[in-house]
Unconditional design. Sequence first.
Length: 183
Amino acid sequence: MGAGAETANAAGNPGTSSAGNSAAADPAIAALYEPDGDAAQTATAKKPVQPTAKPQPAATARTEPASRPQPAPTASEEGVDIDALVRRAQAEIANAELAAHPAPFVGSLSQQTKDAIPTLLYSAHDYSGKQGQSSVVINGRQLRVGGSPATGIKVDEILPDSVVLSFQGKQFRLRALNSWVNL
């Protein structure tokens, strides 16, 4: 076979090239490129083609011990008095009641009065025990005592859990961050 024939074979039948192709190294693959179809089937029938396994990288997976040592329980985990926890939670709930104030909540007002009160969107409540430093944000306005979130409404007091407002001389309360929407 001359140099021209080898070039033709390399282009037409890559398995028969003498250029050191990897297909030529495996007889089963090389047989697939033989011009005689029966030879390819015979070679495949005699030796099945096995997929080549890719080399696996060195063991990178973390192996865990068969049993992990359990941490020793701490003294606080060993003896928990559920009854004491319940009593303490009940005491905290009792202390979480609203601050006492004579002004009624807006929901307790007459329907006629509620219908007249404009919408109040209560978005922030910043209570400070120091006089004049507490503030609320109602209808997008930051207000202190004496401020007005809407026409006819005035902030009278800011309590730890609510705000006392007055509308047309009548006081009422809104819980902190609870809006009043007049439909």
